[in-house]
Design a protein around this ligand. Structure first.
Ligand SMILES: Cc1cc2nc3c(=O)[nH]c(=O)nc-3n(C[C@H](O)[C@H](O)[C@H](O)COP(=O)(O)O)c2cc1C
Length: 194
């Protein structure tokens, strides 16, 4: 399967850096054809400009500015997200990726009657690997926005039958090497069976 990894963390020496490498290695070992958008390494600009906002509902114009990313999403059959939770959401660089690339004409269509239709129905599998400083219980109380973004917001765009897998790693304010090693193994296993 052609799998597009979308990764947002600035530091390759972080836990997320290790998770990212594990994802790439395990997907390739499982025989998948892997493309990798490393947003920080690619210097992705997450800021939606005034011009982009004005053209937001003009598919030909908005697509042209992010054509490379749009083509990479269109070529994929599976998506894997990897990011830490910052201020109850994804890092701003990934939020900006959604703002600028998940636009009409790429990830959804705006129909004549004003209704919206999903446009990523070629995506058959999604996985998200997300880390948190706080506990699962506290995140539940906050509504766990990253989990909802991946399992509800992203779900709407992709194939109705797509399998969505969410691997959340909580409680990292209490670092524990053994737990991290165990989680990396869980990530490798999930990617082997992607
Ligand atoms: C700017 C910033 C904001 C953060 N906000 C949250 C938060 O809202 N909820 C949470 O559970 N953890 C939060 N954290 C903790 C990170 O999620 C945690 O440090 C990260 O997942 C660990 O992965 P890493 O070592 O790869 O960075 C925050 C960390 C930073 C740096």
């Amino acid at each position: 399967m052609r799998v597009l990894v979308i990764y947002a963390h600035p530091d390759p020496d972080s836990l997320n850096g290790a998770i990212h490498r594990e994802i790439l290695t395990a997907l390739s070992a499982a025989g998948h054809e892997v493309d990798d958008i490393d947003l920080y390494a690619e210097g992705f600009d997450p800021v939606l400009s005034a011009e982009e906002r004005r053209d937001y509902f003009e598919p030909d114009l908005n697509r042209a500015r992010v054509a490379d990313y749009a083509a990479r999403i269109e070529a994929a059959e599976g998506l894997v997200f990897c990011f830490p939770t910052w201020c109850l959401g994804p890092p701003a660089i990934l939020k900006g990726f959604f703002d600028r690339v998940m636009v009409p004409g790429v990830s959804f269509r705006l129909e004549e009657d004003g209704s919206l239709s999903p446009n990523l129905q070629h995506i058959k599998r999604v996985a998200a690997v997300v880390t948190y400083g706080r506990s699962r219980g506290i995140l539940w109380w906050f509504g766990d926005p990253p989990r909802r973004m991946m399992t509800r917001y992203i779900r709407w765009f992709v194939s109705r039958n797509a399998r969505i897998r969410y691997l959340g790693f909580y409680d990292l304010h209490k670092p524990d090497r053994a737990r991290s090693e165990k989680f990396l193994k869980r990530v490798a296993k999930a990617m082997s069976g992607f």
